[in-house]
Design a protein around this ligand. Structure first.
Ligand code: ZN
Length: 313
């Protein structure tokens, strides 16, 4: 079973200037969960003045928690964000650590050392919670495949930061191609290097963008080296301002189609998932949605893996 972690309500919405109303967010999350998506990153605990698009994250978390079986994930840039996330009851929190220090300073105004210390404090905070209120804590290694400010990010540095995050108390690390620089060979190489350092179980997920059209090729590379969780965004929401026509995150619909067609069950009902786009179109009529499968439709005689294995449907 491959886990699809929908990140559109966070990564997609933070990349567009229009603000999606709270009710539409709730409808989106509920509809995707009903289609079989079991993990959704619903927002980010950042100051509202920085990201007004995500100012209602606490309310979104409260709503998403009422959906049975759904893992409610959020992004937190620092300790304060983690406090808010735990108070709201998020099941999973991810702290992004940009492997490019220039990007880290620009993005969260913190050095690597400061971010590792922040992660250690968050891990302590989590341990101090009653056992049933402890969220899973992930260190997200962003710009891991290259940075728009620094260019090449040496893999040795990514490995060292992955080790530092695990030592600080993260439950796992993830690799993020924030900039859409990754290629399949690089994906395999970096996954292997990081796993060799922190252990196979400590790296299960990839966060990929489709900026240069290599998103699904990079998924294939990840599958080949045992990756089991992929972040994606419905309709590839957000796009890329520097590459017209390119989606933002990899498109959930196309990702699910590829996996199901390949015989890899996701537990997601594809026709129902495609239908969720209507909520996005209605709430954000001026923002582009991407994806080939939604436009082309499902192939005649298409047999999703999930229906054949009885995983769902
Ligand atoms: Zn991203």
């Amino acid at each position: 079973m491959i886990l699809i972690s929908e990140v559109g309500p966070r990564d997609g919405l933070q990349s567009i200037s229009n603000i999606m109303p709270l009710e539409a967010k709730k409808a989106w999350i509920a509809a995707e969960a009903a289609a079989g998506v079991t993990e959704i990153e619903v927002g980010s605990f950042v100051p509202a003045k920085l990201l007004p698009q995500l100012a209602d994250t606490a309310e979104v978390v409260a709503f998403a928690r009422t959906i049975p079986g759904l893992t409610v994930a959020v992004l937190v840039p620092n300790f304060k964000g983690a406090e808010a996330a735990i108070a709201a009851g998020a099941h999973k929190i991810t702290i992004p650590l940009s492997t490019s220090e220039t990007h880290s300073l620009k993005n969260v105004r913190r050095t690597h050392a400061q971010m590792i210390e922040e992660s250690r404090l968050i891990a302590e905070l989590i341990k101090a919670q009653p056992i049933d209120r402890r969220p899973k804590f992930e260190g997200g290694l962003s710009t891991a495949f290259g940075c728009t400010l620094e260019g090449v990010v040496p893999p040795e540095r990514v490995v060292a930061l992955a080790e530092a995050l695990m030592k600080a108390g993260c439950d796992e690390v993830g690799l993020s191609d924030t900039t859409g620089y990754a290629n399949p060979t690089q994906v395999k190489d970096l996954v292997k290097r990081v796993r060799a350092a922190v252990g196979e179980d400590a790296l299960s997920g990839l966060h990929l963008h489709n900026t240069r059209g290599l998103g699904l090729a990079n998924v294939m590379a990840g599958l080949e080296v045992g990756i089991t969780t992929f972040d994606s965004s419905l309709g590839g929401l957000g796009g890329c301002p520097f590459a017209p026509g390119a989606s933002g995150n990899i498109v959930t619909e196309d990702l699910v189609f590829m996996l199901e067609a390949m015989g890899l069950p996701t537990g997601i009902d594809l026709p129902r998932l495609l239908d969720v786009r209507r909520i996005l179109k209605a709430a954000l009529p001026n923002d582009a949605l991407y994806g080939f499968t939604p436009d082309a439709g499902l192939p005649l005689g298409f047999q999703p893996a999930s229906s054949m294995t009885g995983v769902r449907q």
